[in-house]
Ligand binder design. Structure first.
Ligand SMILES: Cc1cc2nc3c(=O)[nH]c(=O)nc-3n(C[C@H](O)[C@H](O)[C@H](O)COP(=O)(O)O)c2cc1C
Length: 319
């Protein structure tokens, strides 16, 4: 069963974010109110097909509570994409997403991620076909940007809409230049119009600068997309998908504790404690002395130290 057909629209998802949306954080989000779909961080198919496989395969780890979850792959070689998609299918994911949007230089200079926007279309088609073959019936999607430097709706987006994808997620920026500054949802809406004119059934998810659940729903309606993907706003607000704005300090402390405990039991030495620090602002905020407490947490060198500090703070604050 194609997962996208079974979920009520608009389909809301947590954007793939490297070193952010790992299984630990996805479980944290899931424990409050999960989005309709999770995505893994991007996983390099060259790495998956190399001797160094162990260094990247942990990115495909997920807990059953995260299902439905889609694996995101990036890379260069169609054969590696085919093998990567096969593995994704074997591991029980609900779909395969191809990253054609990452604008980080070390990715684009390999002609991967959004670097594919400038590549020969034959090569891009080969990658998509390889993933479809490996995915063997699982839905296949692409996440991309509106163009390299200029908006390329009639070129790049039209080409992708002709590839018979299940979903096309469009981050409303270009990879470079002035149009890379803010997400342009009017342009995402133009892509939907083009899709309708072409008469293809690919669902379009919009992405970029969405700040809240209500804004996601409003944008879905206003810009006619079937789904909205939200990224950075969830780092600062893991409660985002619940729509709640009245989260108490006690609940924030409890969620910090949960995040630390999941890290302690599941990170298996693969993740560095420092990778947790980006989340502390969401948990320790909006009370007198929050800045000092956060500073102490940031100074911790291990998860054990942070757990100890959090428990002593909870009792001194009367929780
Ligand atoms: C720290 C970080 C890591 C990211 N890693 C990925 C990734 O692995 N794959 C991907 O497709 N996009 C990645 N992105 C882009 C996001 O998925 C999303 O497209 C972008 O942040 C815009 O959405 P937002 O404004 O809701 O954050 C990353 C973004 C950030 C901030």
């Amino acid at each position: 069963m194609n997962i996208y057909e079974t979920i009520k629209k608009p389909i809301l998802s947590l954007a793939p974010m490297e070193d952010v949306t790992d299984t630990l954080f996805r479980q944290v989000v899931s424990s409050i109110k999960r989005p309709d779909i999770f995505y893994t961080e991007f996983v390099n198919v060259e790495g998956l097909n190399s001797k160094g496989k162990e260094k990247v395969i942990h990115r495909l780890k997920y807990d059953i509570s995260e299902k439905p979850i889609v694996a995101q792959l990036w890379g260069i070689n169609p054969i590696n994409f085919l093998e990567g998609a096969k593995l994704v299918k074997e591991m029980g994911f609900s779909g395969v997403d191809i990253n054609m949007g990452c604008s980080v230089k070390k990715v684009t200079e390999k002609q991967a991620g959004s670097g594919l926007i400038k590549e020969d279309r034959g090569k891009v088609r080969e990658i998509i076909e390889a993933v479809k073959e490996g995915a063997d019936g699982l839905p296949v999607s692409v996440k991309t940007r509106l163009g390299w430097e200029e908006y390329e709706i009639e070129g790049w987006i039209k080409f992708l809409l002709e590839q018979n994808l299940d979903v096309l997620t469009i981050h409303g920026r270009t990879a470079r230049g002035n149009n890379a500054v803010n997400a342009n949802w009017e342009k995402i809406s133009e892509c939907v119009k083009l899709r309708n004119e072409l008469g293809v059934s690919t669902l379009i998810f919009g992405n970029g600068d969405v700040k809240s659940l209500s804004q996601a729903k409003e944008f879905a309606k206003k810009y006619n997309v079937e789904g909205v993907m939200i990224g950075r706003a969830v780092i600062n607000n893991p409660w985002l998908f619940s729509g709640r704005e009245d989260v108490s300090q006690l609940e924030r402390f409890q969620l910090l504790l949960k995040h630390l405990e999941i890290f302690q039991s599941e990170s298996n030495g693969i993740k560095n404690f420092d990778s947790l620090k980006k989340f502390f602002k969401a948990y320790i905020t909006e009370f007198d002395g929050a800045t000092d407490v956060r500073k102490s947490l940031m100074g911790c060198k291990s998860v054990e130290e942070a757990l100890e500090l959090t428990s002593s703070l909870s009792s001194s604050m009367g929780f």
